[in-house]
Design a protein around this ligand. Structure first.
Ligand SMILES: [Zn+2]
Length: 113
């Protein structure tokens, strides 16, 4: 599969989901509350990103395809990741492995890590 889920965590512990498009090594910016529905809803997300003029909040992001996490920014109001999206641009900041909060999220969502 060329796309996998990703998740971000805000500093207040809210977790939202996104799609990581492995074929092009890019984060699809749209954020969703239900990780099981992200595949249907990610089409509009580029428009949402273009409309977002906010600075965003610092978040920790994790993409299953990469098996890595990194720090980026996201806008809760617009529901998008508005930090770096091309993996080439944040490659140096990737931290290997699945963080504990992602494992907990996966167990809660799918019943397994
Ligand atoms: Zn915004």
């Amino acid at each position: 599969m060329s796309s996998t889920y990703g998740v971000i965590k805000f500093k207040d512990n809210q977790i939202l989901s996104f799609v990581y498009y492995g074929t092009s090594d890019i984060v699809i910016p749209g954020l969703h509350t239900d990780v099981k529905e992200i595949w249907d809803k990610n089409k509009e997300s580029w428009d949402k990103l273009l409309d977002c003029n906010h600075t965003g909040e610092e978040v920790e992001a994790y993409a299953e395809y990469l098996g890595c996490s990194w720090i980026t920014t996201a806008c809760r109001e617009c529901g998008v990741i508005n930090g770096l999206l091309m993996t080439d641009d944040f490659e140096d900041e990737l931290v290997r492995g699945k963080p504990d909060w992602v494992k907990e999220f996966c167990i809660k969502t799918w019943g397994k890590e």
